[in-house]
Design a protein around this ligand. Sequence first.
Ligand code: ADP
Ligand code: MG
Length: 253
Amino acid sequence: MLQVTNLTKRYRGLTALDNVSFHIQPGEILGYLGPNGSGKSTTVKIITGLLDPSDGEVRLHGRTLLDDPIAFKSSLGYVPEEPQLYTHLTGAEYLVFIARLRQIPFNSAVRRAADLLKLFQLHDARNSPMSTYSKGMRQRVLLASALLHDPQLLILDEPFSGLDVNAALLLRTLLETLAAEGKMILFSSHVLEVVEKVCSRVVILYKGKVVLQDSIENLKDSRSPDLQEVFAQVTQQEDYAPIASAILKAVRQ
Ligand code: ADP
Ligand code: MG
């Protein structure tokens, strides 16, 4: 189980995360929702060890990152929102490189990389430098690289940006399969439609605070048939229609 307890992160003056707690059980896909700037990426970066929290802790199967950093990190796969890819490498080279960093023996690394490239429909492009890849292709390479070592916890930060419809469907099916195998998945997104279909439970974050935490079923039953409305309610979104028309008016003058 992943346990996040009272996580707080302050960036100088700003409290980006304020006492955030949630957990993910094996077999569960947790939707981590919130508008831009609500603290999703900050949370994810703390869980993966890229950032230190100001307060609170993260435990995976009862252990913190500091207990055993290598074991902790090898239990998780992470697809960042703003990836840093070595674009001079080909897709195949990159995956083998990552697999080797993950201490997968060379022969297995080559085999797994080839298999994943096929599954993610990158076989034809496998020997081209990633600088020639589209955004969606890069995203698929990142997904493949996060799965290479078969992690127990998969963390996806806005994974559907740049994916076309087919790739998105593949990802959805893949997540469901992984969950059925007992993996834990943290799915961070500001897009509700996808989360609604894939996740069993959601945490909604607003200005660094958890404003709602419930199962998708309950949300649908108790509040509104449309999760979009629930989201708007709890995050107190403004009515953007007048702002949108003002912007359009301004650019058309
Ligand atoms: P989200 O991923 O939900 O869009 P983030 O976690 O990226 O939100 O950001 C949460 C808040 O923290 C935002 O107000 C953002 O401007 C701020 N923030 C994020 N990273 C930094 C940083 N390195 N330094 C200062 N403020 C930051
Ligand atoms: Mg983000």
